[in-house]
Design a protein around this ligand. Structure first.
Ligand SMILES: Nc1ncnc2c1ncn2[C@@H]1O[C@H](COP(=O)(O)OP(=O)(O)OP(=O)(O)O)[C@@H](O)[C@H]1O
Length: 280
């Protein structure tokens, strides 16, 4: 937070990158909030177009005045004008918001190219908008925080290299056991010991996935396990079958993905043996 704040204060955009559930969005939003400017959150996606970012004409407004007050005089006046709606990026740039652009690599490079002009020339080009001015100036308080997951870079990196070259990229990795325990406990109300047990369980499984080069279950899974166990009065204990089932349901997808060549029963055994370690 401290380093990223300093870079942003000096006018550089920062970029948090790391595996899913590591806390990129949470960190970006917290950093954005500290700037005391309105915050806008935008999610990258393949469909995002220049019209969404800059704006577009959304239809027509028509006004019609018919004046027949004096019988012998008939006056009719009709006006039709196109209605323009500012895009999200235009609003943010014009008003000096802090923009959190989550998972930006999911958008097409053609949409992300707008950021090159914003970051380099400090202008937002208004292509294809019928606006008479060719661009608008970026508000001096405007700033962007980008996030991305390197797993999704396949084929993207090359095309967005120019943009990535302009960002200060800070890699995030999973927090240590103590910090994860604190987060689980404060987010769910679980006791310190219970939160630590759950964190150790998920971290154990994550480690096995990472040996296979896969991400594995994240802090999000730990929070879900703690939240659901508390909500359903499930005793957090490796001996409790309900707890074992809960753990299996929550981590199953990530484990299956990491161990795609293993049988279901082998994966189940891995989850069970890790969840049985929870003392309760
Ligand atoms: N420092 C933190 N304090 C409190 N909660 C946190 C913290 N870091 C992460 N979390 C929680 O962990 C979960 C995952 O965090 P977040 O959504 O920020 O991760 P992410 O890296 O952006 O994930 P994804 O790539 O899947 O979007 C969320 O429920 C979030 O609230």
């Amino acid at each position: 937070m401290k380093r990223a704040s300093a870079y942003m204060a000096a006018g550089y955009p920062v970029h948090f990158t790391g595996p899913s559930g590591v806390g990129k969005t949470t960190l970006a939003l917290n950093l954005a909030k500290k700037r005391n400017r309105p915050v806008m959150l935008m999610h990258g996606n393949h469909e995002l177009s220049n019209a969404d970012l800059i704006g577009s004409f959304t239809g027509y407004t028509a006004t019609k005045v018919e004046d027949n007050y004096i019988r012998s005089v008939y006056k009719k006046e009709e006006n039709v004008s196109e209605t323009w709606k500012n895009g999200r990026l235009l609003e943010a740039v014009k008003n000096g918001y802090t923009l959190v652009y989550d998972e930006f690599t999911r958008s097409k490079p053609s949409a992300n190219n707008l950021f090159l002009s914003i970051l380099e020339e400090k202008v937002l080009p208004l292509y294809g908008t019928k606006h008479t001015e060719p661009f608008i100036k970026v508000h001096p308080e405007f700033s962007v925080i980008f996030t991305s997951n390197p797993e999704e870079y396949a084929g993207v990196y090359q095309t967005q290299e120019a943009l990535l070259d302009r960002l200060i990229t800070l890699p995030l990795s999973f927090l240590d056991l103590e910090s994860e325990t604190q987060i689980i406990s404060s987010r769910t109300g679980a006791g310190e010991e219970e939160a630590k047990d759950i964190s150790e369980l998920v971290r154990g499984l994550r480690e096995q996935c990472r040996k296979k080069g896969k991400e594995g279950p994240s802090l999000r899974a730990s929070i879900m396990i703690a939240q659901l166990a508390l909500a359903q009065n499930i005793e957090i204990s490796g001996k409790n079958e309900e707890f074992q089932n809960l753990c299996r349901d929550i981590v199953w997808y990530q484990m299956r993905k990491a161990f795609e060549k293993e049988s279901d029963s082998k994966i189940l055994d891995m989850i069970l043996s890790e969840s049985k370690k929870v003392q309760g």
